[in-house]
Design a protein around this ligand. Structure first.
Ligand SMILES: Cc1cc2nc3c(=O)[nH]c(=O)nc-3n(C[C@H](O)[C@H](O)[C@H](O)COP(=O)(O)O)c2cc1C
Length: 349
């Protein structure tokens, strides 16, 4: 896919997820089939640029290009400065977050709360586009601020007029938070009204759903978040299905073990061992979500506090399964991980 001057391997995007889409996860998703991965949101408050968390979020060493960095905030000048700062530190695409309903962001009228103030949206977008004239700017937003006010088409028009080069739309309103099902009618409507690329997002969990959402919305690409947690190979599965109409077999237990081992090594190297072990727990839980007999393993995992024990327990679990099963058996059809808890927890952190 040609996208903003870059050639991507496909039109599948990893959704930005605070606390999840760190550099190790983005790299893994790209290696396993994602065309582009948007980084975790970086604050536009320059007072925080030196904090360990913000520095880590802005670390793109060795990452496959293009590097897309998401910024959030409500003040046009601060957003313009944040865009410049991130471009100076390696961002090749600046993505603006108007899709996040988390309290921490919305209390200061950032994230999706901004959609209520279309004049301010225009000011922010124009300020950011002007601040980084050589760098494409993209916008992520929702269908509206509540179901009575689905103003995504108006926001999309403002974006296009402000020089934003592509948009991603999550098929829920701000008031929906993460409840209910995503809808794709509004995304289809927006797609029919703008010329810039539209990326559809929300509740895409399988290759078949990916095909349906693409066909229904006529979107240029898809953005996938929760379904890729613990399943970074989902991108190659979707890619394969979109190209051939055939489903790839699920990865074997041994392959998942190899992928997780690499992921853990990257997490320890990126965060250091102490923090790495803590961050790794939620990923390990996601990799083993829904697998028969894995609940005890996950519980035990949360008690382990160092790299050696974490790796040993992981190896024991996977090697024991590999001896008896080529592939995991799932207790139920894979469901998306709970939404509100996950998002609010990480954003409150
Ligand atoms: C844990 C978590 C963190 C998120 N953080 C962000 C964020 O920083 N910026 C953003 O624009 N959206 C964020 N989102 C929303 C996702 O990008 C995406 O729009 C949403 O999860 C719907 O897509 P999905 O159904 O494929 O998960 C977050 C979602 C989750 C679950």
């Amino acid at each position: 896919m040609e996208f903003l001057g870059y050639t991507l391997r496909n039109n599948l995007f990893v959704a930005p997820m605070a606390g999840v889409t760190d550099r190790p996860f983005r790299q893994l998703c790209k290696q396993l089939g994602a065309g582009l991965a948007v980084s975790e949101m970086v604050t536009s408050n320059s007072l925080l640029y030196g904090s360990a968390k913000t520095l880590r979020r802005a670390n793109h060493d060795g990452e496959v290009e293009p590097i897309s960095v998401q910024i959030a905030g409500a003040d046009p000048q601060m957003m313009a400065e944040a865009a410049k700062h991130n471009v100076d530190h390696g961002a090749q695409i600046i993505d603006i977050n108007m899709g996040c309903p988390a309290k921490k962001v919305c209390n200061v009228m950032a994230g999706s709360a901004l959609m209520q103030d279309e004049a301010l949206v225009a000011k922010i977008l124009e300020a950011v586009v002007d601040a980084v004239p050589q760098t494409p700017v993209t916008l992520k937003f929702r269908t509206g601020w509540n179901r009575e006010n689905k103003n995504a088409p108006a926001i999309a028009r403002i974006a296009e007029d402000s020089g934003v080069r592509a948009i991603a739309i999550h098929g829920r309103t701000r008031a929906d938070q993460y409840r209910g099902a995503a809808e794709y009618d509004t995304i289809a409507l927006v797609k029919s009204r703008v010329r810039i690329p539209v990326i559809a997002n929300g509740d895409i969990g399988t290759p078949q759903q990916a095909r349906c959402v693409l066909d229904y919305t006529k979107a240029d690409g898809l953005m996938i978040g929760r379904a890729a947690q613990g399943r970074p190979w989902l991108f190659r599965e979707i890619e394969h299905y979109l190209n051939t109409g055939e489903l790839l077999p699920a990865p074997s237990v041994s392959e998942i073990h190899r992928i997780l081992r690499q992921h853990l090594a990257d997490l320890y190297a990126f965060y250091g061992e102490d923090t790495g072990v803590k961050i790794a727990r939620k990923h390990i839980a996601w990799y083993t979500r829904g697998i028969a007999g894995a609940a005890t393993f996950r519980h035990a995992m949360n008690q382990l506090g160092n790299v050696r024990d974490q790796l040993q327990a992981t190896d024991d679990f996977f090697l024991a399964h590999a001896q008896t099963h080529e592939r995991f058996e799932h207790e139920a059809a894979a469901t998306l991980p709970a939404f509100s808890a996950a998002a609010d927890e990480v954003l409150a952190a």
